[in-house]
Ligand binder design. Structure first.
Ligand code: BGN
Length: 252
């Protein structure tokens, strides 16, 4: 007899919601970027993943469904270590999750190549955030931060008019604080992170307009954000470890 769809639902119904404290967490991890790691090694160590970097626990129904969205450009080394360390953690946390790498397509003309989704590369996460040993200033919102969907919509998402390096994270801070929200940073036991150091990318010079832009966030944020975002999806690649969506976000 062929298994029917209703059988699968039956099985699901018998599962309970995953517990508040996942039973297999291991505590602090040793994180080293000198370890030899390849994507094939990461694939072989994460065989429970479904195509596109999707996972859901089989033993219970996850409390949370999480899309992890990684703005990405020219960071294959970083991504490799991120996948190596984070996939096992997320599975131990019994999340129903997927990894989405949003790859900014390089401009064809080398001359003006800049980055709109530029990440400063500093690791720490704000809002529900961790600190490395590193917090450059109290209002810092760069590196890794997290917002609920409601919070994200309240600030009209992120700015689209920062090209080159710097300031886009300060703009997001301005958005958050202008809407009366504050930033919480978990203590160093709960929120751990490690930064992979890197040099400034070629053709991603500090943006001279950033000072002026962050001085005017409050006036510009209502019209510049998720409500004005335009992009074209150029390619979607489903790896075992992630879904990589290459997008064209235009140019300055
Ligand atoms: C700040 C940058 C941030 C960056 C941090 C850490 C600006 C705006 C003008 C003051 N902000 O200075 O974008 O994340 O350094 O490197 O440049």
């Amino acid at each position: 007899r062929l298994p029917s769809v209703s059988n699968a639902t039956e099985t699901e119904r018998k599962l309970e919601t995953c517990p508040d404290n996942p039973p297999r967490l291991v505590g602090p991890l040793r994180v080293e970027f000198s370890d030899p790691v390849t994507l094939d090694l990461v694939r072989s160590e994460n065989q429970a993943l479904q195509p596109g970097g999707r996972f859901k626990p089989t033993e219970c129904i996850a409390q949370q469904k999480v899309a992890i969205i990684i703005p990405f450009r020219h960071r294959d080394e970083h991504l490799k270590y991120w996948l190596y360390y984070l996939h096992p953690i997320l599975q131990r946390q019994q999340l129903d999750y997927g990894i989405y790498v949003i790859n900014q397509r390089p401009l064809r003309l080398g001359k003006g190549e800049t980055s709109a989704c530029s990440f400063s590369g500093q690791s720490h996460y704000a809002s529900l955030a961790a600190s490395d040993e590193w917090l450059p200033y109290a209002q810092y919102f760069g590196g890794v931060s997290s917002l609920s969907k409601e919070q994200y919509l309240k600030i009209n998402g992120f700015p689209n008019n920062y090209w080159g390096w710097g300031g886009e994270d300060d703009d997001i801070f301005n958005r958050v604080s202008s809407k009366g929200m504050s930033i919480s940073r978990p203590d160093g036991v709960i929120g751990r992170c490690r930064m992979i150091r890197h040099d400034r990318d070629k053709q991603n010079d500090p943006n001279p307009q950033r000072f002026d832009r962050i001085a005017h966030t409050r006036e510009t944020m209502a019209s510049d954000g998720i409500n004005s975002l335009t992009y074209n999806v150029v390619n979607i690649e489903k790896d075992q470890l992630f879904t990589k969506i290459t997008v064209d976000v235009g140019k300055p």
